[in-house]
Design a protein around this ligand. Structure first.
Ligand code: CAA
Length: 256
């Protein structure tokens, strides 16, 4: 299959999924999320031995599309949250290892897609954060549950409460990135890692991944369900409308 805003490319057993909306810094709208979901399914059906997620141009994924989100009702935001969750869940459950090649901005939903992958390699110029608080909302695609597990409670709370944007080295120090490499080396380093993973025994690899995921599963499921409801409930509030209007109109928000 082919899509307008997503590319799925193969190098032997390694599939690379590139979000390709560079004019919007690869922000995720409905079309792009749906395409990602289909591409992930295709990569699984074609038995990719490693899946790499990256962004076209200089950004990884600058988040959910704020221009689309700004006028959503709580009901529409519920469906929107579900769609993003489905894609993050599909990455997490992918039957082979996944690597986020974080080549630039990874904010909000972009950070959430990166942390739904098994491993993260970042370029030196990458910036990452859950910036939703400054839009009057909370992370809606899994970060309230996945981020504390990855970086620890204190760091996750700082990132989510303050909307902090971490540079690549700080993010690596916090445990968000396994490796930070010069911008020009990112593709080569990720290719080498992807090939190494792809050469391992597939069934053992899948089982190892499932076992690790299973260990996180219990309370994460109810946590993710709670996050979906909480995310949607913020839509229609003054601060959500104001936060997103201020972004689109390029001004400082005036929160209540
Ligand atoms: N949604 C929609 N459009 C976006 C976007 C987003 N998340 N991020 C960037 N864009 C668009 C900009 O509006 C701009 O479009 P126009 O040229 O049509 O104006 C284009 O991409 C380039 O962006 P900038 O001019 O802003 O580029 P910059 O280099 O000055 O700044 C940036 C880059 C720091 C990433 C800045 O764009 C930014 O802060 N973006 C928003 C990041 C963010 O807050 N993301 C979280 C979204 S909320 C979320 O993801 C919720 C959730 O959990 C589901």
């Amino acid at each position: 299959m082919s899509w307008d805003t997503v590319r799925l490319e193969w190098d032997d057993d390694v599939a690379t999924l590139t979000v390709d909306r560079p004019d919007a810094l690869n922000a995720l709208n409905v079309e792009t999320l749906e395409a990602m979901g289909e591409a992930i399914e295709e990569a699984a059906e074609e038995e990719a031995r490693t899946l790499v997620l990256t962004g076209a141009g200089d950004a990884f994924i600058a988040g959910a599309d704020i221009k689309y989100m700004r006028d959503l009702s709580p009901e529409a935001a519920q469906a929107w949250g579900e769609l993003g969750h489905d894609v993050a869940d599909a990455l997490e459950a992918f039957p082979a290892p996944t690597i986020a090649a974080v080549n630039g901005y990874a904010f909000g939903g972009g950070c959430e897609m990166a942390i739904a992958c098994d491993l993260r390699v970042a370029s030196e110029s990458a910036l990452i954060g859950n910036t939703e608080i400054d839009l009057g909302i909370i992370p809606g695609w899994g970060a309230t549950q996945r981020l504390p597990r990855l970086v620890g409670d204190e760091t996750a709370r700082r990132m989510i409460f303050l909307g902090e944007r971490l540079d690549a080295d700080s993010a690596a120090e916090a445990g968000l990135f396994g490796e930070v490499v010069p911008d020009d080396d990112l593709e080569d380093v990720v290719t080498e890692l992807a090939d190494r993973l792809a050469a391992k025994p597939a069934f053992a690899m899948q089982t190892a991944k499932q076992a690790i995921n299973q260990g996180h599963a219990g309370s994460q499921e109810s946590g993710l369900a709670y996050e979906k409801r909480a995310f949607a409930s913020l839509f229609g509030t003054h601060d959500q409308r104001e936060g997103m209007a201020a972004f689109v109109e390029d001004r400082e928000p005036e929160f209540e």
